[in-house]
Design a protein around this ligand. Structure first.
Ligand code: MN
Length: 439
């Protein structure tokens, strides 16, 4: 997918809120969610964000008057999850994008603008559900800056594991506890070993952290035993959302050897409601580079150098404490980075996931791994920012945080900007820490 008329910076919508400069959802974006009118018992169905509105795809389907592939696509979006739509593949996704762009952009004669207005629901009146029924969830570990930061903290004499530069490392995660932005996150209880002690105790996590990640939704899957080649891997990806991989660092450090994260990660993962499509992200591609002197990828992971396989997605994390809320202070931004620094690309994650014969299915979710950039203010987790708690992060109003406290709201934001193009946003991904159930 490369650029087409739907990326034209001159294009405007007759939905005026979509044309505001700060708007996350201009006509060039058109991200997908599952929604209904808040406080009703309506069935959840597919929606597309435009300005301050959700385009109700069930209402669009009822209008008819679509090309065959767009009609098939919009019909799939009337279901309470987007799995059937994701399974249709890039041709159908693009047909629907082009149809919505034609109907909601300004300029051409709007034959049935009254009918289309009837398909708009204000976002202020909408509530969301998980956009797809997620079958499997895999969390990667693909930022070399994150890996280096963690090694420095935990093993000052050590270096990153030798496999890191040869493959996108991952573990299989938990689906049942994946929730949507806005849902509270309960502090987990688990085994942890206090400083200076040799034996664990059971208790509430004392080193609760977030991980700034992107969620990658698989569209078209593969048959078991049939690998997805790296060159065509992106055609299997529908789009991206913001993802917070909540992490209990004290539980993690005790339980992780030899089999990796378990209870430290499986209590909660939070994703944002909107999936920004790969088509919408096309203008924000950038070169994927492997530094000279580093091992070059094995052939099944090798990308053509001229290919724009990295994505320049701006990301930031802010913490709003309970005290800040009471005092009317803004959330404090604690980091800001870009996804373009990631050591492994999305295409390589997909190709590697299937190289042994593993089958991916429509609606499977991959976590990108913590996204940390090269400088210290670009770290995507508190454990890095606070140097494992040694130097707490300063927040507005004189507060500090080594790790998260009850009442803290972690806010993640993502957007893309590039001269000559209209900026697009992911919206927000928020979660408030609530106290552990304990004693
Ligand atoms: Mn993670």
């Amino acid at each position: 997918m490369r650029l087409d008329h739907t990326h034209d910076a001159a294009a405007k919508s007759w939905v005026e809120s979509a044309n505001q400069p700060e708007c996350a959802f201009p006509i060039q974006n058109l991200p997908f969610s599952v929604f209904r009118r808040a406080g009703t018992s309506e069935a959840f169905r597919g929606g597309v964000a435009l300005g301050d509105y959700v385009i109700d795809l069930k209402a669009i389907a009822a209008l008819g008057d679509l090309s065959e592939s767009a009609a098939q696509a919009v019909l799939a979006c009337t279901a309470p999850t987007l799995n059937a739509f994701l399974a249709l593949g890039p041709h159908a996704w693009r047909a629907l994008r082009h149809a919505l762009f034609a109907w909601f952009s300004k300029g051409e004669a709007q034959a049935h603008i009254d009918e289309l207005e009837g398909c708009l629901v204000p976002q202020a009146n909408a509530e969301y559900a998980l956009p797809v029924q997620i079958g499997d969830y895999t969390d990667f570990y693909t930022s070399i800056d994150h890996a280096r930061n963690i090694v420095k903290l935990l093993r000052p004499d050590g270096s990153i594991s030798p496999n890191f530069q040869w493959m996108p490392i991952a573990y299989h995660g938990r689906v049942s506890s994946i929730g949507l932005s806005g849902q509270p996150v309960r502090r987990p209880v688990g085994q942890r070993v206090a400083a200076g002690k040799r034996e664990p105790e059971l208790g509430p996590c004392a080193r609760l952290d977030y991980e700034l990640e992107l969620g990658i939704f698989i569209g078209v899957g593969n048959e078991q035993g049939a690998r997805i080649p790296v060159e065509s891997a992106e055609a299997h990806v529908f789009g991206l959302c913001l993802l917070n991989d909540w992490s209990a660092r004290d539980i993690q450090s005790w339980e992780s050897a030899p089999l990796g994260p378990f209870l430290a990660k499986n209590f909660a993962t939070t994703i944002s409601p909107w999936i920004v499509t790969m088509d919408a992200l096309a203008p924000f591609r950038t070169a994927w580079v492997r530094p000279e002197g580093d091992p070059q990828p094995l052939e099944y992971l090798a990308l053509q150098e001229t290919d724009d396989r990295a994505f320049d997605i701006q990301l930031e994390v802010a913490i709003e404490t309970a005290d800040a809320r009471r005092s009317g202070r803004c959330a404090s931004r604690v980091s800001r980075t870009s996804f373009r620094h990631q050591y492994w690309s999305i295409a390589q994650m997909v190709a590697h996931h299937t190289i042994g014969g593993c089958n991916l299915r429509p609606g499977d979710l991959l976590g990108s791994g913590t996204i940390s950039g090269p400088t210290s203010s670009e770290a995507g987790a508190l454990i890095e920012l606070s140097r494992a708690g040694e130097s707490p992060v300063e927040l507005a109003g004189g507060e500090t945080r080594a790790f998260l406290e009850d009442g803290d709201v972690v806010v993640m934001r993502g957007w893309c900007e590039r001269p000559g193009f209209v900026s697009i946003g992911f919206g927000e991904n928020c979660g408030e820490i609530i106290p552990a159930k304990w004693e």
